[in-house]
Write a protein that binds this ligand. Structure first.
Ligand code: GLP
Length: 266
C-alpha cells in the first residue's frame, strides 16, 4: 500500500489525474474502474481539463463503474449512470458504448451481476480502479460484514450510508434513497491491477485509520486493500489525521522517495 498525504483535495485529484493521463498514454485502451460520490468529482474535472488541452485521448478507453442503485432509472439525477454522464462522459471523447454501469433495473439481478463480472473479465480486467470510501469503510457499496472475496452482487445499504447519500444527492430526502444497490464485490476490486482510493475531510479519518492501520476485517471493507498487489491512497491531511504520527512521518518519507512525486506538477 502506498499512502500519499496531499496538501489538499485539489492536489490529490490532480495527481491522480496525472497518473491516469500517464497510464492512458502508455496504453490507450486502458480499462478504468470508476467511482461516484462527491470525492471523485475534482478528479473528473481535471481529467476533462486534460482532455480539452489535448493531453488525454479517451477514444479507446473502456470503463466499469463500481455500483448503481436498484430501482433508479438511468435518467434519474441521483442514479450513478446519470452522475457519470454529467461529471465525465459527456465532456470527453469516450465512446459511451464502452462505458458500463451495473443495471439497477434488471429483472434478474443475479444474472445481471454475473454478466457484469463476465464483462469485466472479457474486457481484460480493470487496469486502474478508482475508489472513494464510505464513513463506515465501505468501497463500492460493500457494507460492513460483506465477504471480502465477494463478487458483483445486490447489497442492502446501511442507514448511515443512505443518510450520507441523502444529504449529498437526494436533497436530504432519506425516503427517496433506495435501500439496495448492485455493486462490484470487494473481491472484484481486489482483482484490479492498481487500486487508487481517494479520501478527503475529517469525516473519513476513522475509516482511513481502520483501513490502513487496523487489522484486515470485513467491518472495514477498505482494509482488504492491504491484500491488494498495488493499492495507492491519495488522501488529504484531514483524512490522514487519525493515523499514528510516526506512520504519517514514515509515509511522507516514503512518498518523497517514490516515482509518484513526479505527478505533483504533471
Ligand atoms: C457511496 C458510493 C461509494 C463512495 C461513497 C462515499 O456510498 N457508493 O462508492 O465511495 O458513497 O461518498 P462521498 O465521496 O460522497 O463521500
Amino acid at each position: 500500500m502506498q499512502i500519499v498525504i496531499c496538501k489538499d483535495a485539489d492536489q490529490a485529484s490532480k495527481m491522480v489525474a496525472a497518473y491516469i493521463e500517464r497510464a492512458i498514454k502508455a496504453k490507450p485502451a486502458t480499462v478504468l474502474g470508476l467511482a461516484t460520490g462527491s470525492t471523485p468529482i475534482r478528479l473528473y474535472k481535471d481529467l476533462i481539463r486534460r482532455y480539452k488541452e489535448g493531453r488525454i485521448d479517451f477514444s479507446k478507453v473502456h470503463s466499469w463503474n463500481l455500483d448503481e442503485y436498484i430501482g433508479l432509472e438511468p435518467t434519474h439525477p441521483a442514479s450513478y449512470r446519470y452522475f457519470m454522464n454529467e461529471q465525465l462522459f459527456d465532456h470527453v471523447n469516450i465512446d459511451k458504448a464502452n462505458t458500463h454501469v451495473p443495471d439497477g433495473l434488471a429483472k434478474d439481478v443475479e444474472a445481471a451481476a454475473q454478466a457484469y463480472e463476465d464483462g469485466i473479465k472479457a474486457d481484460g480486467g480493470i487496469d486502474i480502479q478508482i475508489l472513494g470510501i464510505g464513513s463506515d469503510g465501505h468501497i463500492g457499496f460493500n457494507e460492513p460484514a460483506t465477504s471480502l472475496v465477494s463478487r458483483t452482487h445486490v447489497q442492502t445499504l446501511m442507514l448511515g450510508t443512505r443518510q450520507d447519500n441523502a444529504r449529498l444527492f437526494f436533497d436530504g430526502k432519506l425516503d427517496e434513497v433506495p435501500t439496495r444497490a448492485m455493486t462490484m464485490g470487494t473481491g472484484t476490486v481486489l482483482d484490479s491491477r492498481t487500486a487508487i482510493l481517494l479520501a478527503f475531510g475529517k469525516g473519513k479519518a476513522p475509516a482511513i485509520a481502520g483501513a490502513v492501520e487496523g487489522a484486515i476485517s470485513h467491518m472495514n471493507q477498505a482494509s482488504a486493500l492491504q491484500m491488494h498487489r498495488d493499492a495507492k491512497f491519495f488522501i488529504d491531511e484531514d483524512a490522514a489525521s487519525m493515523l499514528t504520527p510516526k506512520n504519517i512521518d514514515f509515509f511522507k518519507a516514503v512518498y518523497a522517495d517514490s516515482d509518484l512525486k513526479a505527478l505533483e506538477n504533471a
